[in-house]
Every structure is written in structure tokens, then in C-alpha cells.
Design a protein around this ligand. Structure first.
Ligand code: UD1
Ligand code: UDP
Length: 382
């Protein structure tokens, strides 16, 4: 008889993959666990880049991505496909990550089959239903379904408790920190030709990304104009912006920043290039969630191109500043960081609140303990 815990990890986008792959590698190490990986393919190229680097080979790939897909199509297709797959595989538990539509739909599909759900990166909140959209509601709904909660910080645990979730919460740190030993290397040689040519000593590097749904349109235009203004005013900076493959993002970004001196637009970078480039940058400007956690690890100040954040620990620690999405405000905040050493140094020396790089081990231990308790419960009932 197979006594292993059958753990099925389901994810579909780049950030989920970056944060789930270190955990999958840890699951694979443990004899108590049978690890099964299913990717929905909500993303394609951007997902595959990550799988290659972590050498994770999915057992199942739903290949769902469509050009300009909608929230409805992603949700319904994930639900339909996973319903059948869960019946076939019969996992003891499924693991989902964070707040994407893949994660919410997978949790819902598991609930319909009465399969327990473990939520990695649980308890992040802005308390604004539409920002980030649809992520805030996705993660809230997953919380209602889940049985185990892997909260990166004490603050995330508090948020869950406020929602009357009392049991099954483990504070683990964020698995993104566990990813760095796989990606960051001393004397790393960049793959991307343009990055290879950058002289990091001659000009200060701003690494930026922006892609969020609620920023599409005017906010993203404002962000791009602020970057253009910064590059024009500060001749000793260079900006690298790997542009997300979403065609709506690309048309705005290339139109405004396509021909600006010292602003380099690149294709999405593979995560090794990205993390190593980040470690050598002067400033990060982003609307991404993950970069707000990665910046503090490297002691790089992060300017958040959003009106809110679900990562107040980083704001409290002083390494992240929320700039909003108005051109002038973004420009002022970033320009101060570029030109006021005192303000910059204070941010650069803040402490990383996202853990010690052992989150995956804690999650695996919690899964083993959970299974043991379940077994004991069943035996008591006999
Ligand atoms: C999704 C997540 C968001 C996460 C982001 C990370 C949802 C609703 N949104 O948003 O939480 O922050 O991923 O990047 O789950 N595309 C490609 N190739 C790729 C990836 C995307 O061509 O590898 C294009 C496709 O045209 C696709 C579009 O981008 O239709 C949008 O992708 P989608 O996953 O729907 O939204 P994201 O903005 O990427
Ligand atoms: N990232 C990457 N290549 C890029 C841009 C981002 O590897 O060109 C990484 C980044 O370091 C972080 C993650 O992707 O780990 C963030 O993903 P994204 O911005 O797509 O999503 P979010 O974090 O906003 O959900």
C-alpha cells in the first residue's frame, strides 16, 4: 500500500512558478511525499522560461493560454480541465500559490471534489476589492476554501485571523527567497546580449517592470512618461524594462518609451538574468508583487507604481515606497532617491522582512504533520 502523501501542485503563471519551483524541489527530496506537478499554461513562454531554469518537468500541462484571454475564459477552462484531472489523479491535497486566476480556479475545482487545499503565500491583503484586480478577491476566496495556510509573515497571519481563520496557519517566510540559491551566482554572465554590454559602474541602473491589469491605459501611460522624464533629467542613469508579453502592455510601453535614450526595452528576461541584474541595480520601479519582496533581499529600494500594496512589512521596514500612478508623483519620489544620498541610504539599509530562505522546508514539514494528524484522527474514529 502506498503511504506517501500525494501532493499535487497547480500553477500557471511566471510568478507562481518562481515561487513554487523551490517548493517542488523540496517536495521531491522527501520520501514521505509523492509530488505531482500540473501547470495550467495560463502563461506560456514566461512560464516555460522558469520551468527550464529550475528543471521542473510538469506531469500535466493544460496548455490553456490564448492571446488576449479574459478572466472568464481562464476561470472556466481551468475549472473544466482540473475537475476531470483531479478525479483521475486523486491527490491527497493540492497546493496553489498566491492570487492568480489559475490559483483561485484550481482551489475551486478542488473544493468541488472535496480535496483539501494548501495555500502558499496566504494572507496578503489590500482590502480594496478592485486593486489589485482581480488578485485581491482571488486570494480572499482561496482563503475561504483552503485548509492549510502558508503565510509569509506574522502580519499575513494576523490578516487571516481577522477573517476568523483560526487553524492551519503556518508562518513560513516567502518561498521567493528560497529561489535565490538556484538563480543568483557570483560572477554571473548574462545571457541577454544587451545586458552583457551594460557598464554597471558608469551609469546607475533602474530596473523596472509594469504590467498590472488595473494599471492598463492611463496609469501605465503616466508611469512611462515619468520614466521618460527621469531619463531626460538624469543623464547618469540607464533604465532596463523587460516588457511583459501582454499585447496591451506592449503597445503602450513601446509607443512612449520605444525611442528614449538610455531606456532599454527588452523581452521578458529569464529569471536567472532577472535576479542577477536586480542584484546589481541601483533602484527598482515596479507594479509587480514579487519585485517588492526581491528588492529588500538585495537591499535595493523599490518604488511601487501602484496606489496601494499588500506588502506593508516592506513599507514599514523602509525598503519600499508606494508612489501611486500619477506622473509627477512618481517622478518626484524616484528623482529624490536618485539625487539625495541620505534618503537613498536609509532605504537601502532596511531589513528584508521576507524570511531566511527556508520557507519550502517549513511548508513540507507542515504537510507531513497535517497528514499524520489526519491519520490519527481517522484511527481514533475507528
Ligand atoms: C497574470 C495574473 C497576475 C500576475 C501576472 C504575472 C491573473 C488574472 N493575472 O496576469 O496576477 O501578476 O500574470 O505576470 O491571473 N502572454 C503571452 N505569453 C505569456 C504570458 C502572457 O503571450 O507567456 C500574453 C497573452 O496574450 C495573454 C496576456 O499576455 O492573453 C495576458 O496574460 P494573463 O495571464 O491573462 O494576464 P497577466 O497580466 O499576465
Ligand atoms: N521576472 C522575470 N523576468 C522578467 C520580469 C520579472 O523573471 O522579465 C520575475 C521577477 O523577478 C519576479 C517575478 O518574475 O520574481 C514577478 O512576476 P510578475 O511581475 O510577472 O508578477 P507579479 O509578481 O506581479 O505577480
Amino acid at each position: 500500500m502506498n503511504h506517501k502523501i500525494r501532493v499535487m501542485s497547480v500553477f500557471g503563471t511566471r510568478p507562481e512558478a518562481i515561487k513554487m519551483c523551490p517548493l517542488i524541489r523540496e517536495l521531491e527530496k522527501r520520501k514521505e511525499i509523492e509530488s505531482i506537478v500540473c501547470v495550467t499554461g495560463q502563461h506560456r513562454q514566461m512560464l516555460d522560461q522558469v520551468l527550464d531554469i529550475f528543471q521542473v518537468k510538469p506531469d500535466y500541462d493544460l496548455k490553456l493560454m490564448k492571446d488576449r484571454q479574459t478572466l472568464t475564459t481562464i476561470t472556466t477552462e481551468v475549472l473544466l480541465h482540473l475537475g476531470t484531472l483531479f478525479q483521475e489523479v486523486k491527490p491527497d491535497i493540492i497546493l496553489v500559490h498566491g492570487d492568480t486566476t489559475t490559483s483561485f480556479s484550481a482551489a475551486l475545482a478542488a473544493f468541488y471534489q472535496q480535496i483539501p487545499v494548501g495555500h502558499v503565500e496566504a494572507g496578503l491583503r489590500t482590502y480594496d476589492k478592485y486593486s489589485p484586480f482581480p488578485e485581491e478577491m482571488n486570494r480572499k476566496m482561496i482563503s475561504q476554501i483552503a485548509e492549510l495556510y502558508f503565510a509569509p509573515t506574522e502580519n499575513n497571519k494576523k490578516n487571516l485571523k481577522k477573517e476568523n481563520i483560526q487553524e492551519g496557519i503556518y508562518v513560513t517566510g516567502n518561498t521567493v527567497i528560497d529561489a535565490f540559491p538556484y538563480t543568483v551566482k557570483k560572477d554571473y554572465i548574462f545571457k541577454e546580449e544587451r545586458i552583457k554590454k551594460i557598464d554597471f559602474y558608469k551609469k546607475r541602473l533602474i530596473l523596472m517592470t509594469a504590467h498590472r491589469r488595473e494599471n492598463l491605459g492611463k496609469p501605465l501611460e503616466n508611469i512611462c512618461y515619468a520614466i521618460k522624464h527621469l531619463a531626460e533629467e538624469n543623464r547618469d542613469i540607464q533604465v532596463v524594462y523587460p516588457v511583459h508579453l501582454n499585447p496591451v502592455v506592449r503597445s503602450t510601453v513601446y509607443e512612449i518609451l520605444g525611442n528614449v535614450e538610455r531606456v532599454y526595452l527588452t523581452e521578458p528576461m529569464d529569471v536567472e538574468d532577472m535576479h542577477n541584474l536586480m542584484s546589481q541595480s541601483f533602484l527598482i520601479m515596479t507594479d509587480s508583487g514579487g519585485l517588492q519582496e526581491e528588492g529588500p533581499h538585495f537591499g535595493i529600494p523599490v518604488v511601487v507604481l501602484r496606489t496601494e500594496t499588500e506588502r506593508p512589512e516592506a513599507v514599514e521596514a523602509g525598503t519600499v515606497v508606494v508612489a501611486g500612478t500619477k506622473e509627477e508623483e512618481i517622478f518626484e519620489i524616484a528623482n529624490t532617491l536618485l539625487n539625495n544620498t541620505q534618503v537613498y541610504e536609509k532605504m537601502a539599509h532596511a531589513i528584508n522582512p521576507y524570511g531566511d530562505g527556508h520557507a519550502s522546508e517549513r511548508i513540507v514539514e507542515a504537510l507531513i504533520e497535517w497528514k499524520k494528524n489526519k491519520k490519527n484522527e481517522l484511527e481514533m474514529r475507528k
